[in-house]
Design a binder for this molecule. Sequence first.
Ligand code: ZN
Ligand code: ZN
Length: 444
Amino acid sequence: MNLEGRLFLEDEVIDINKLKRIKAIEITNHKQLCFRCGNNDGELFFKSPCSNCGSEECLYCRNCIIMGKMTECRELFYLPSEISIAHKKQQYLVWEGQLSHGQQVASDAVHQAVINKKNLLLWAVAGSGKTEMMFKGMEEVLKNGGRLCVASPRVDVCLELFPRLQEVFPAVEMVCLYGDSPDVYNGERFIVATTHQLIRFYEAFDVIFIDEADAFPYAKDPFLEYAVKKAQLKQGCSVFITATPERKWQKECSIGKRNFVKVPARYHRKKLPVPQKIWIGDWKKTLKKRKISTKVLKWIQKKLAEGCPVLLFFPEIKVMLEVATILEFLGFGPLLTVHSADPERKEKVQQMRDGTIKLLCTTTILERGVTFTNVQVGVFGSEGRIFTESALVQIAGRAGRKSDYPGGDVLFFHHGVSRNMGLAIAQIKLMNRLGMQKGLLDGN
Ligand SMILES: [Zn+2]
Ligand SMILES: [Zn+2]
C-alpha cells in the first residue's frame, strides 16, 4: 500500500513508525481547530465519553463526523508526497486534437503556472473546451514525477472527466474518488475527485486543478477551501477553472491581485448568445388564475414548431410544477420536469438529449454541465434571487454550444429587471467584445 499524501488514523495503517504525526484537534487559548476539516467554530465541538482514551469528556469535531469521529486524544498520520524518479518520463500525453487560438493561450498560461508553481484562475466561457486547456500543464506535473488532482464540487463532472483523462494519459495510473466510489486511493499519481475527498489528503499534490471552482458547494464552503490548501504541497499550486468567477475574484483580476487568463470565445468561434429581457408582468398573480403570459406561450410554441428543444428554468419547484401543469393542459406536452431531488434526473436529461421529449422544465440544477443540440433557453421569473449573476451566465451558456447550431434564444421572462440580470448580460456582451478584439470570433 502506498501511503503518500493521505491522512490516516492510527488503526488504519499497520506500521505508523515511518509516518509523521499531527494532533487531530489543536487547542490553543481555548480555541479549537480540527486539523482534518479545518473547523474552528467552537459550537461545532462537543464532549462525550471516549472509548479511545477512556475520558468521560473527550472533545470531538461535529463538522466532519460523517468521516468518523475525530477526537482530541487522537493523532493523524501522514507521509508527504515525494517526487518519483521512476515516473519521470518524456511524454505522457497522447492526444491528436488541435487547440483553438484561445485555448492555446490558456494552455500556455496553465503550463507556465505549473512550472512557476503559481496559482492561476482560468476564466473560460461555457463551451470553450476547458479540459483540453489543462492537458499540457497536467503532463508537465507527470513528467517531473509529481502528483496531481483534478477536483470538482460535482460528482457528474468527475465521472465525465475521468474517462476522457484516462484516454489521453493512458500510461498513468489514475483513480476516481467520490462519496461512494468503488475505487480507493493507493498512491496513484493522478487523481480525479470531488472537492470533499480532498479532506482526506495532506501535502499530497504538486498541482490541484479545480473545475467549476465557483459551483456549489465549493464557493460557499470555507472548509473545502481549507481542504484544497491542505491537500496541496506547500511548494505546489492550484489552477481554478470557471466560466463564472465570483465578483470578489473578478475584482481581484481587474486590480491585478489575481493571476488569471481569460478565454472569452467558444471553440467554434461564434459569439455567445446574448440574453433578451422580456417583461411578462406580475406572473405570480397570473399563475393564481392558472394562466401564463402569452409571450411565454407563443415563444415555446414557435420554437417547438421549428423542431427545437426548449429548456425552461424556474426559480422554485412549486412554480415549475404549476406552470408545467398549465402547459400540459394547454397541450404543450409531452414535457418533463426535473429538480435536484428527482431520482429520475439522469433518465430525463437523457430523454431530452435523445429528442424523445422536446420540452424540459428545470430548476437551476441544470444550469451547468448539460449540452443539448440547438436548445432554446427560457428563464421564467428571471428576477428571482436564486438566479445569481453566475447562474444566469451559466444558463445562457447552455445555448449555442454545438458548431452546427452556434446560436439560439436565451430569454429572461421577468417582472422587473434584477441587478443580476443586468450583470449577467453585461458580462456576456463583454466576453463577446473581448473575443472580437482578440480575433477569436468569426465575423459579425
Ligand atoms: Zn478520547
Ligand atoms: Zn473536523
